[in-house]
Design a protein around this ligand. Sequence first.
Ligand code: HEM
Length: 444
Amino acid sequence: MPHDIFIPTPNDATNLVVDYAAYALTHAFLSVDASGNPPPIHLPRQYQIWQDTLTQAKDLPIKLKDASNGAEQWRKCVREMPALSVTKLLDDLPNLLRARHVLIFLMHFYVHSLPASQNEPVIIPKSLAVPVLVVSQALDMPPVLTYADTTYYNYVLAAAAQGGKKEAMRVLDTFTEQGRCTMRAMQTIISILADSTPESAKRLAGALHDLASQIATMGKILDSVHEGCAPSVFYGDIRHWFVGCKGESDEGGRWIFEVGAEESKRNKLLDQNRWLRRGQSGEEGLWEAKEMAGGTAAQSSIVQALDAFLGIEKLTHEHGDDTNAEGGYRGNRVSEKGNFLTRMRDYMPLVHRRFIEALGTMATGLREAAGRDGSEGARAAYNEAVRALRDFRSVHVRVATLYIVNQQRKEGREAVVEGTGGTKLVPFLKGVRDRTGQGTLGQI
Ligand code: HEM
């Protein structure tokens, strides 16, 4: 079957993202579109094979490093699937997002179910390689599973499982509700900053106090994670599927996208794709992935939005570089400046990245306004918000210790503990937590 691959230009990609922003803002990812219909939960019929293959993987179920006949057969079917053209999806944003979701899950099922091999790279077959690369490129996302793939777009699956009822779609909606309350608190503060009246300092104090309590609630929600997920399940069953690829390192875990010679010639954007380089084997049409972090909540937009809003990014994002021996993660050096958290921006949906930057700019005057003479209430409330974020991160250190460090200890392993993002997690997380605390006014 000839591939009729649409090659998105940067302009096409930008337009798609603008549409996406409009879609997200208009519908707020709720269960209705402008005409009151649910968003698409099935891909157009010609892509049914992807959905069916994903369903098979889940039904079998395919396991980690699975050498069973069923899994071998499933992987063979994946290799033999046609490399479908994604042209029809590229001007249809909801379906494009849906396609990325299905394809990325298929790819991680494929990669991580392969039985361990001695330092051999994983070849991602053409049937997945081509649509994964084109769809990801159109959305300006790396060709690897990200936090967004496991959360923001996952509500669609929950709805599908339960017959597409509006209430079923509320699962993620409830999850993001806290994020939305926190966003609203930030929005109120921005409007107060823009309006300087004698009353402003008092109102600012009240709004900052509200923000602090929203962050505290986020900490409580995080603390309750053990009610929904047992540490042994997360450690033993879930996190391995999220792992990314090691790139040029010699530790194994390399991925090669089998694009084919013809498609490589046609798709000029492959050479500019920052996540790929030409395969070193000399064989035409093979593209090797650089190091890509696995899906990690370090890609969560709301927490990074808070750092930017409170004006403490210099502390959280620019110091404690974890690329050194202490930190562990080598990282795909897509950003010149900044530490692991800065690099995680590149794994967020493009509109979220842009939004966080804009939010930081809009809140530029916050620290100054809160620190002004005569604004003691606002200063105390600002510090309360910063401390709430530090406390959120303390809860998070406990969660990561319980879910990863303690589990590894139970196995009696002494190896360095790594998160799915690839950091040496304990020094990294404690460092970010401590530097957050240094962001209170009067200390920097
Ligand atoms: C089972 C639950 C969780 C575990 C085991 C866990 C573990 C980790 C680890 C190991 C990292 C370091 C980066 C990496 O290598 O992946 C990390 C980073 C991070 N995680 Fe989690 N995490 C969990 C849940 C959450 C949740 C629910 C959130 C809420 C948004 C969250 C927010 C973050 C943030 C914001 C970072 C970046 C570091 C920071 O900004 O302080 N995590 N997590």
